[in-house]
Design a protein around this ligand. Structure first.
Ligand code: ARG
Length: 401
C-alpha cells in the first residue's frame, strides 16, 4: 500500500469541484472517499448534499453539525481578541478552516484513512489553512488538494462531471465564489475582480443596502459576561443563537458590509467583499466595553497583540504554539469584561451610544469638571514636573550645541 492508503477523507462542500473529486480520487489514486460536510453555520440542504456524495460514489458521507464547536473554540476566542485582519475583515473563512481541519483529522482517525483531501485552489489562503491545520494535528497524514494539481478549467470540470453522470449546476450560475458560516460571508470573483466597480447588490445576501434600510434607527443592548456576549436586548441567548439574531437585526439596518483590497498570504492583493453584521457589531461593542474596564497599559498592549492574533489566524497559524499563548493572554484579559453596551443601528452605521459595567474604571468624581470633583489638582503640578524632566534636560543640552 502506498502512503495514500485506500481511503481519503474529503472536505465536501457539495459544489462542482469537490463532487468531481470523489470520482477523480478513485481514478487517479485508487482512493475511496469518505465525504465530510461540516456545518459551521448557515449551511443549507446538507442532507441532499450528503446523498449526492453517496450517489457519486463516496463510500461514506457524514454531516457534522459543528456550530457550537465553531462558536466556542473559534469565534469567541477571536472576539476576545477583537480580531480583524487588516483592521477590516473578521476572519470568517480563516476561522472555519482550522475547525474543518480538526474534524477531517478526527474522521481520518476513526475510519483509518491515511489521506485527507480539500478542494482549495492554489491561489487562496484557504489551502494554507487546511494544509497547516492538518499537518499540525496529524503530521502522518497525506494531504491532497486535487484542484491544485489537476489543472482543469471550470468548463473542463463540467465536462468531466457530465461524462461520469455527476450532477452539475443547472440554470444561470452565480458569478461569485462564496464562503459562509456563522461569523459571516465572504464573496469574491466575477464583477468584484474590478476594484473600481461598486459591488453589485446581488453580491449581498443578508444585509440590506443602507438606502433600503428602515428610516427609523434601532437601539440595541448587548450584554457581555467575561468577554462573551450573553444577552441581546435583555434576552439571554447562547452564542450561536445570539449571532443569528444580531445578524438579522444589524443586517436589516444595512450594517456589516466590507469592501476591501486585501493582502493574501500567497502574495497577491485581491478585492474582497464581506457581510458580517453580527461579527462587526460584536467587535464594536466588545472593544467599547474593554475601553471602559481595562486599565490603560493592558488596553494598549492588548491592541498590539490583537493584530498579531488576526495575522496568525489569517495566515494559517491557528494551531501554532504562539496562538495558544495569545489565546491564553486574551482569555486572561477578559475576566472583568462584563457589562452592557448600547448601540444605534441606522442606515448602514452602527454607533456605540452607551456603555456600563460593574467593573467600569470610569469614575465620574475623577472625571468631572463640575461639582464633587475628587481629582487631586495639587498633585498635578509635581506630576508634570517629573514626567517632563527628561525632555527638559534634553532640550537644555541641545541649546548649547
Ligand atoms: N479572502 C478571504 C480569506 O482568505 C475569504 C476567502 C473565502 N473563500 C471564497 N471561496 N470566497 O479568508
Amino acid at each position: 500500500m502506498n502512503s495514500y492508503g485506500d481511503k481519503a477523507v474529503l472536505a465536501y462542500s457539495g459544489g462542482l469541484d469537490t463532487s468531481v473529486m470523489i470520482s477523480w480520487l478513485r481514478e487517479k489514486y485508487g482512493l475511496e472517499t469518505v465525504a465530510v460536510l461540516v456545518d459551521a453555520g448557515r449551511a443549507q440542504g446538507l442532507e441532499e448534499l450528503r446523498q449526492k456524495a453517496l450517489d457519486i460514489g463516496a463510500v461514506e458521507a457524514r454531516v457534522v453539525d459543528a456550530r457550537e464547536e465553531f462558536a466556542r473554540d473559534f469565534v469567541l476566542p477571536s472576539l476576545a481578541a477583537n480580531a480583524l485582519y487588516e483592521e477590516k475583515y473578521p476572519l470568517v473563512s480563516a476561522l472555519s478552516r482550522p475547525l474543518i481541519s480538526r474534524i477531517l483529522v478526527e474522521v481520518a482517525a476513526e475510519t483509518g484513512a491515511r489521506t485527507v483531501v480539500h478542494g482549495c485552489t492554489a491561489k487562496g489562503n484557504d489551502q494554507v489553512r487546511f494544509d497547516l491545520g492538518i499537518r499540525a494535528l496529524d503530521p502522518s497524514l497525506t494531504i491532497l488538494a486535487p484542484a491544485r494539481e489537476w489543472g482543469m478549467t471550470r468548463a473542463q470540470a463540467l465536462e468531466y462531471a457530465a461524462a461520469r453522470g455527476i450532477p452539475v449546476p443547472v440554470g444561470k450560475e452565480s458569478p461569485y465564489s462564496i464562503d459562509e458560516n456563522l461569523w459571516g460571508r465572504a464573496v469574491d470573483c466575477g464583477p468584484l475582480e474590478d476594484p473600481w466597480q461598486e459591488p453589485p447588490e446581488d453580491a449581498f445576501a443578508f444585509t440590506r443596502s443602507p438606502a433600503a434600510a428602515p428610516d427609523e434607527a434601532a437601539y440595541i443592548e448587548l450584554e457581555f459576561a467575561a468577554g462573551r456576549p450573553v444577552a441581546l436586548d435583555g434576552g439571554e441567548k447562547g452564542t450561536v443563537e445570539l449571532i443569528a439574531a444580531l445578524d438579522e437585526l444589524a443586517g436589516t439596518h444595512g450594517f456589516g458590509r466590507v469592501d476591501m483590497i486585501e493582502n493574501r498570504l500567497v502574495g497577491i492583493k485581491s478585492r474582497e467583499v464581506y457581510e458580517a453584521p453580527a461579527a462587526l457589531t460584536l467587535v464594536t461593542a466588545h472593544r467599547e466595553l474593554e475601553d471602559l474596564v481595562l486599565p490603560r497599559e493592558l488596553a494598549h498592549f492588548k491592541r498590539g497583540l490583537e493584530r498579531k492574533f488576526a495575522d496568525m489566524a489569517y495566515n494559517g497559524g491557528w494551531f501554532d504554539p504562539l496562538m495558544d499563548a495569545l489565546r491564553a493572554f486574551m482569555q486572561e484579559t477578559q475576566q472583568r469584561v462584563s457589562g452592557t453596551v448600547r448601540l444605534k443601528l441606522f442606515k448602514g452605521s452602527c454607533t456605540v451610544v452607551g456603555r456600563k459595567s460593574p467593573h467600569a474604571l470610569y469614575e465620574e468624581a475623577l472625571a468631572t469638571y463640575g461639582g464633587g470633583d475628587e481629582f487631586s489638582h495639587q498633585a498635578a503640578a509635581g506630576f508634570c514636573e517629573l514626567w517632563g524632566l527628561p525632555l527638559e534636560v534634553w532640550a537644555r543640552k541641545g541649546s548649547h550645541e
